[in-house]
Design a protein around this ligand. Structure first.
Ligand SMILES: *Cc1c(COP(=O)(O)O)cnc(C)c1O
Length: 414
């Protein structure tokens, strides 16, 4: 695509049916935000909605809001808004807690659903918190009850054996963007008697997902990345209807009780997916997430995927042609069907280059040891953004701008 010009990019933008969504986000003029895979930007409607949630629901209606404004239903009602984005049935998704906490609940439940097996299998490229939660569960239940096993992405299915209780995989790898074939992996795992738990943190709002169609057992995901729910927005979890009332998950707080307001001394779990809830919902965060999900309800995920592939392919082509000889090595699959909605390049000066890009208003991020990561979010990223981002990268590389000392100082959050 070396003959591709900025005018070609502008022409693609003119035909883009998703272009209208950009104005729904609070994004500074000139800023090219390629980090929506880490923290999605603010939808303009969220600000107004949050003001009324604070002033009216909390400020004025106070405790009556639990009923009057549906606060109590938020974990379920938001779950139902996430369901179509991940191919789940209605009433099988709930929102609450963080992804890490939900991983713990589902792994513990999965171990109990599959007695006599103690291995939790994952891959070493998984997001570390997922692996930390396995280790925490092992610490808590003991080595005789839990064993963590890791196998590389291409070998993980073969590593499932008669001791494997649960397989926990993140569909889209956070570093490389490499994507598992959910249906094929789920089938293979289940054929060997293990349960399949998918982490959809880099999938929800990024690629079409079909949990029910894949016959997945359980899933988790977060809402502050591609879904634009806001910093620290609550996570979601899915449990297939066939498993829902099989076991009690260990964080058996009152919001998972069948009747929280009878204040019984004994724990009677809800016989719905609500038994996977724990405590009081984070109402304000959920209100923010709700605005984003209402916007997502207008979005066709197939259109998002088509544009995402074009943006990513274009970025790869432009970087490889215009920055040839500058030492970038593609760290994502070249084949779009095996890639989520991000592109990563390895470079030994990756950290400094990302800092120089940020100073030039192209926001990507860096993941140790040498990965420059760029998320492509079709709702607010245009084709000309991709062209301009690479143009600024070319200037930074040709002029060795990244060599300036201020770009080499590591901040706490990369
Ligand atoms: C972002 C991310 C998380 C985050 O977990 P939190 O508990 O919400 O901080 C977990 N898993 C994966 C795969 C992620 O990408």
């Amino acid at each position: 695509m070396t003959t591709f010009t900025r005018d070609d990019a502008l022409a693609l933008d003119k035909q883009d049916k998703l272009a209208g969504f950009r104005d729904r986000f609070q994004l500074e003029e000139g800023l090219i935000y390629l980090d929506g895979n880490s923290l999605g930007p603010l939808p303009k409607a969220t600000m107004e909605r949050m003001q009324s949630a604070i002033a009216v629901e909390w400020g004025q209606d106070l405790i009556t809001s639990w009923n009057k404004h549906g606060w109590m239903d938020l974990p379920r009602s938001l779950g139902n808004k996430i369901a179509p984005l991940v191919g789940a049935e209605q009433d099988q998704v709930v929102v609450g807690d963080s992804t890490s906490v939900n991983v713990f609940k589902l792994l513990a439940a999965g171990l109990k659903m599959n007695p006599g097996r103690k291995v939790i299998l994952s891959d070493p490229g998984n997001f570390p918190t997922d692996l930390y939660m396995i280790q925490g569960l092992r610490e808590f239940l003991g080595d005789d009850q839990v064993e963590m096993r890791l196998a590389d992405e291409t070998e993980v299915v073969d590593a499932v054996d008669e001791n494997t209780a649960v397989v926990l995989l993140t569909q889209v790898n956070f570093r490389s963007g490499r994507m598992y074939d959910m249906k094929a992996v789920t089938e293979a795992v289940q054929a060997k008697g293990a349960l399949m738990v998918w982490d959809l943190c880099h999938s929800a709002g990024a690629v079409p997902v079909d949990l029910a169609g894949c016959n997945a057992d359980m899933a988790v995901g977060c809402s502050y990345k591609y879904l634009n729910g806001g910093p620290g927005a609550p996570a979601f979890l899915y449990v297939a209807p066939r498993h829902q009332d099989k076991v009690v998950q260990p964080l058996s707080g009152w919001h998972g009780h069948a009747h929280p307001f009878t204040f019984d001394l004994g724990y009677t779990p809800s016989n719905t997916v609500s038994r996977y809830l724990c405590g009081t919902p984070s109402v304000l965060s959920m209100r923010a997430l709700e605005v984003a999900l209402d916007m997502w309800s207008e979005v066709d995920m197939q259109m998002v995927r088509e544009k995402s592939i074009k943006l990513c392919d274009m970025f790869i082509d432009l970087v490889e042609s215009r920055c040839a000889g500058h030492g970038f090595e593609l760290a994502s699959p070249r084949d779009a069907s095996q890639r989520g909605s991000q592109v990563s390049f390895g470079h030994e000066e990756g950290y400094a280059i990302v800092q120089a890009l940020i100073a030039d208003k192209v926001v990507g991020d860096f993941r140790a040891p040498n990965i420059m990561r760029f998320g492509f979010t079709p709702l607010y990223t245009s084709y000309v953004d991709v062209w301009d981002a690479v143009d600024r990268l070319v200037r930074i590389m040709d002029g060795k701008v990244y060599d300036q000392p201020e770009f080499k100082v590591r901040a706490a959050v990369t």
